[in-house]
Every structure is written in C-alpha cells, then in structure tokens.
Design a protein around this ligand. Structure first.
Ligand code: RP5
Length: 274
C-alpha cells in the first residue's frame, strides 16, 4: 500500500489510539476494525476505566473536575458535533479506543494542542528535512508542540513550545512560509473513549542557511532533537499521526511554491490525492 493511503487509513481507523497506550494505562479492550464506530453495536464491549491520579487531583490546574456536570465551558471539537453517552460523557469522534475515562488527559473531550512543522530543503540533495524532537515519554520522533494554555492562540502556543523545547525563538526568523496546514483529531496513544488530542499544525518553511544558523538546545518534554531527512521510513516512524500531517504539509508547499525536491518525495507526492 502506498504510504499516504496507509497513513490515511490508519488515521481514519485511529489504529494507534486502539493499539498503543501510555505506560501508566491498563491494557486496552480489543476493538476490531469492524467495531470502531459507536453506531455499530458491540454488546460485549467492556473497557476498563482509567484516570491518572494527577488528573483526579483537585489541585491540578489543567484538569477538569471528575463530575462532568461541573464543567461550564462548551465541549467543542474540530471534527464537528460531539456525541455523548447516556450519562452525558463525551465520546471519541473517531470511535472506540478500548479505555474509558480520561487517562492522563486533563480535559473531558478534546484536549487542544498546537504543533510546529518546521521544514527546509537541502540545496544539494533536494531532500526535505524536518525539525523533530525525541519525546521524553516514548522516545519517538515528533513535532515540537504542546497543549494550548488558557487565553493563548495557537501561534502563541507554538512559539512558546519552540522556546521551551528547543530554545528556538521563531519570531526572530524570517520564514519562507508560515501557515496552518491542519486542524483536527490526533491519533495519539493517550486517547481514550472520553478524552482525546486535537491539534492545529503550523507549517513553517525556512531557508537552509537559516536552518543551519539556528542554535538549538533540547529542553522540557524534548530529550533531543535533529533535522530528519523526510523519507518514507522516517514519516512512518513519527509519533501519533504527525507523519500524515507532514506529508500533507510538504505536498501543499511543493504545489504552491514549485520547489525542487528529491525523487523519493516526488514519488510519494504523486501517489497522494487531495
Ligand atoms: C500530540 O501531543 C499533539 O499533536 C502534540 O504534539 C502533543 C501535545 O502533547 P504534549 O507534547 O504536551 O504531551 O498528540
């Protein structure tokens, strides 16, 4: 299967949200592909409920109260109207995950994040490179990013996370391009039936000379970073659904800017449909 079709299929079926999990989580109840949508009956479905102690702690400022009736903000999603259980609990818009509760996520329903997709193109190889961090929790390559704090817009979150995770002050850089390229569900291993990640991914393309001049240092949730060549293999190895957003970002960029890119990227893009 071609990489874009493979990643799109896995994303729509939220394979990682059903088969991977945070280290603290109990095993997920097995949800076969055919039983993912809530609309399809699954009378034997008995997922364990899990809420991390920090999420239940009243002194955790970023966590909602366990009693959902005490929440007064509207529960929203980039994916449209949220379904609710009979008890008034929000249901994951992509379907069953095999775990109930909020896991390690603070908010009932969507937990909103912002991600920085920073790319450049090597002038000799014409390979796309993307700035990837190694996540502290899983060790996987991921975009720098994090949760949107109250009162922040997504650009402020993106800028703050770049400073915290890479000591990168993006406001000092003159980008070729800086645009929101994705808003929606993230197939994240922390997702549960009742709490999940949604993100706004912002694609920033910078000249190679600018990329080379950056003095970056890993910090906070990032235990390392590197400029990663974008190949089919590196795209597949990205955390959550970050590889899919990266593919989309690069394709849109190439179409708009007519950039010279390497043969592998051309082959990948020619297999993508809008
Ligand atoms: C991902 O989790 C989002 O796309 C974002 O990269 C990240 C936010 O969570 P933390 O990095 O703050 O744990 O799903």
């Amino acid at each position: 299967m071609r990489i874009y079709d493979e990643l799109s299929h896995n994303y729509r079926m939220h394979v990682k949200s059903r088969t991977q999990k945070h280290a603290m989580y109990p095993d997920r109840f097995y949800v076969p592909d055919a039983k993912v949508p809530w609309q399809l009956p699954f009378p034997d479905y008995k997922p364990v409920e899990f809420n991390a102690p920090v999420v239940l702690d009243r002194n955790t400022p970023w966590a909602d109260p366990p009693d959902i009736s005490l929440i007064h903000r509207p529960l929203t999603s980039f994916e449209g109207a949220i379904l609710f259980s009979k008890e008034g609990i929000p249901l994951n818009p992509f379907g069953r995950t095999g775990i109930k509760g909020r896991g390690v996520l603070g908010k009932w329903g969507a937990n909103f994040a912002a991600d920085a997709v920073i790319t450049t193109i090597h002038p000799q190889t014409h390979l796309f490179r993307v700035l990837a961090i190694s996540r502290k929790d899983t060790g996987e390559s991921a975009f720098p990013g994090g949760m949107v704090d109250p009162g922040e817009d997504v650009f402020q979150t993106r800028n703050r996370e770049l400073l915290e995770e890479l000591s990168f002050n993006i406001s000092l850089v003159n980008p070729v391009y800086d645009e929101v390229i994705f808003k929606g569900y993230v197939d994240d291993p922390r997702n549960t039936d009742n709490a999940w990640l949604e993100t706004t991914a912002i694609h920033t393309h910078i000249d190679f000379s600018v990329a080379e001049s950056l003095e970056l240092e890993a910090g906070d949730d990032a235990v390392g970073f590197r400029w990663t060549d974008v190949t089919a293999e590196s795209i597949r190895n990205f955390y959550a659904s970050h590889g899919l957003y990266l593919l989309r970002a690069m394709k849109v960029f190439v179409e708009r800017r007519g950039a010279v890119i390497d043969k592998e990227a051309q082959a990948i893009f020619s297999s993508m449909h809008r």
